[in-house]
Design a protein around this ligand. Structure first.
Ligand SMILES: [Zn+2]
Ligand SMILES: [Zn+2]
Length: 198
């Protein structure tokens, strides 16, 4: 079978992974204009001395307020929020696909058909094993993470909001209203799944 199409597709996904990684990593959150707080403003960032718009949180690592903050990502070296959530999701999803292709290769090479693989130098073999051994846990970790982000996109919720007990809607299951003994609060950002994802 001609594997050119599969190889081309795979390399396109690898290129897209790198592209989304760099865009997500270098994107900067929108700067919040300086606003005078009103008497009733509960959303005030004492560090930035500025009003925090809804869904904005202060990141102590970045030292700024991040609109629609999801979390601070040590892998990207920046915050994930309104400015790069799409690229963050695409990076996780593409990387999971890449990991799923690379991961099984190490098993194949180590146990089943070492002769099929090209002859490699010692350095080449070390790189081969490191890449493929790393790919397994990456795929195992990133598939559930991608699924979780898809639920977030479906609901228009950030990780922080989900941790703060917002009701979450699941496909085929419906709205989860309770978590153990806790009653979850309704999700006021829900605009139905297509608009949520957009
Ligand atoms: Zn702040
Ligand atoms: Zn941050």
């Amino acid at each position: 079978m001609d594997k050119t199409i599969i190889k081309t597709l795979f390399n396109i996904i690898v290129a897209l992974t790198l592209l989304s990684y760099f865009i997500a990593s270098f994107a900067k959150p929108k700067v919040i204009p300086q606003m005078a707080p009103s008497e009733t403003d509960k959303n005030f960032c004492v560090t930035c001395r500025n009003v925090k718009p809804p869904r904005t949180h202060h990141c102590s690592v970045c030292g700024i307020c991040v609109p629609k903050m999801d979390h601070h990502c040590p892998w990207l070296g920046t915050c994930v929020g309104y400015h790069n959530f799409k690229q963050f999701f695409l990076f996780c999803f593409y990387q999971a696909l890449v990991g799923a292709v690379y991961g099984p290769q190490v098993v194949k090479y180590a146990f089943f058909s070492p002769d099929e693989t090209l002859t490699m130098s010692t350095g080449g073999q070390v790189c081969y094993y490191i890449t493929n051994v790393l790919a397994l846990p990456i795929a195992v970790a990133l598939f559930p993470l991608s699924a979780r982000i898809m639920v977030q996109l479906y609901n228009n919720l950030t990780t922080i909001e989900m941790m703060h007990d917002k009701q979450t809607r699941y496909p085929f299951y419906g709205i989860k209203r309770k978590d153990g003994n806790k009653t979850l609060t309704p999700n006021e950002y829900d605009m139905f799944w297509l608009a949520n994802a957009k």
